[in-house]
Design a binder for this molecule. Structure first.
Ligand code: SAM
Length: 344
């Protein structure tokens, strides 16, 4: 379903976004580039065609858009991609989005990164008011890391993690997508690494987004299988803590580390969905696993500076937020866009 904005202007704008199922939308994940320096096997195809630059929202347009969301009650923004830290002048963006905390509902500015550029950017991110960093790490073995990312260098990423810790970021979280036969023998080692470095870690079930070169159902590893392995080694206590995202958490007893599970297949989290995504070209996606969307770039470019019009389109979009996704690991992907376009 594609909602075209109809020019039916409003007098007063609500200060909160609520969809037709009564879910409050307070969280925006903003993809600022579809480009990435890695080609993770579950995320991208080996050969990728990236979007022409003029189709991407400019950094100024991104700030304008995020301001509109935050004036509509959005409290949390996550910058993602592709790899957000390969976007030119990204520190300008952090500085300007960080400032929205002073004048809007924004409370938390976060980022998801592959860590490859963190030695360069950790400091400026911290100064700009970035609150939390998620870093993807699927293996601690350099050869395997290269195989899974196709281009990545493990030691650069480990230095990036160190840089983020040294800069002062608290509760950094690792993200690991676990695939049978590829890295499921590292589930415990990854948790140990997190504990030793006083980090949190989430294990993610692979999602069928876009075409990749393996059959996803053959490598699928459920969160329950991951949990079972971890419980043979660590004492885990279910935690009520929520970071506002889809992870279910366990505390590793005797440590500060929380272990999270993102389980779109086995423990669907749609009931409590509080988020929307904006793609690199300004398409507002109401659900990760469906195509319901609104073209916000069209509004931003056709009506420059008209924040009320943009906000009204965002408010109207709540009427098409789907009840949930229909991920099915057994069938072909029904969603043809890769996670790198959507913004993971
Ligand atoms: N480049 C950054 C990174 O690597 O974290 C941010 C973008 S990446 C698309 C965001 C997250 O999505 C990563 O943690 C990645 O592992 C995850 N991801 C990508 N494709 C996925 C898929 N098909 N299923 C599950 N997780 C996926």
């Amino acid at each position: 379903m594609f909602l075209r904005y109809n020019n039916n202007l409003m007098n007063t704008l609500p200060s909160q976004l609520i969809d037709r199922f009564g879910r409050k939308v307070t969280y925006v994940r903003m993809s600022i580039t579809d480009r990435c320096d890695f080609r993770c096997v579950y995320c991208m195809d080996e050969e990728m065609t990236f979007m022409p630059r003029q189709q991407l929202l400019s950094l100024e347009e991104i700030v304008f858009l995020l301001r509109a969301f935050c004036e509509l009650g959005v409290e949390k923004v996550r910058i993602t991609g592709g790899e957000p830290l390969v976007r030119r002048n990204v520190d300008w963006l952090f500085e300007h989005v960080g400032k929205l905390k002073q004048s809007t509902a924004l409370k938390e500015l976060n980022i998801t990164t592959n860590g490859s550029q963190l030695t360069k950017y950790a400091d400026s991110m911290f100064k700009a008011g970035m609150d939390r960093i998620n870093i993807s790490l699927d293996s601690l073995n350099a050869d395997r890391f290269r195989e899974l990312t196709r281009t990545g260098d493990l030691h650069t990423v480990l230095s990036g993690i160190d840089a983020a810790i040294q800069t002062g970021f608290k509760r950094i979280k690792l993200n690991a997508v676990i695939m049978k036969g590829r890295n499921d023998d590292e589930i415990v080692d990854l948790a140990r690494f997190a504990i030793e470095h006083d980090l949190d870690i989430s294990y993610i079930e692979e999602m069928p987004l876009g075409h990749v070169s393996h059959q996803r159902h053959e490598s699928f590893c459920s969160s329950d299988e991951v949990l079972e392995q971890l419980q043979t080694v660590f004492k885990l206590q279910p935690s009520v803590i929520s970071t506002g995202g889809p992870s279910r958490y366990y505390q590793v007893i005797g440590t500060n580390t929380k272990i999270g599970f993102i389980s779109p297949h086995s423990h669907n989290f749609c009931d409590s969905c509080n988020r929307v995504r904006v793609t690199t070209e300004g398409r507002l996606l109401l659900c990760l696993g469906q195509e319901h969307s609104v073209d916000l770039r069209e509004i931003i470019r056709n009506y420059p500076g008209d924040s009320d019009r943009l906000k009204q389109a965002i408010i109207d979009s709540m009427a098409i937020k789907p009840e949930g996704h229909d991920f099915n690991i057994e069938s072909e992907s029904i969603i043809t866009r890769h996670m790198s376009v959507t913004g993971g």
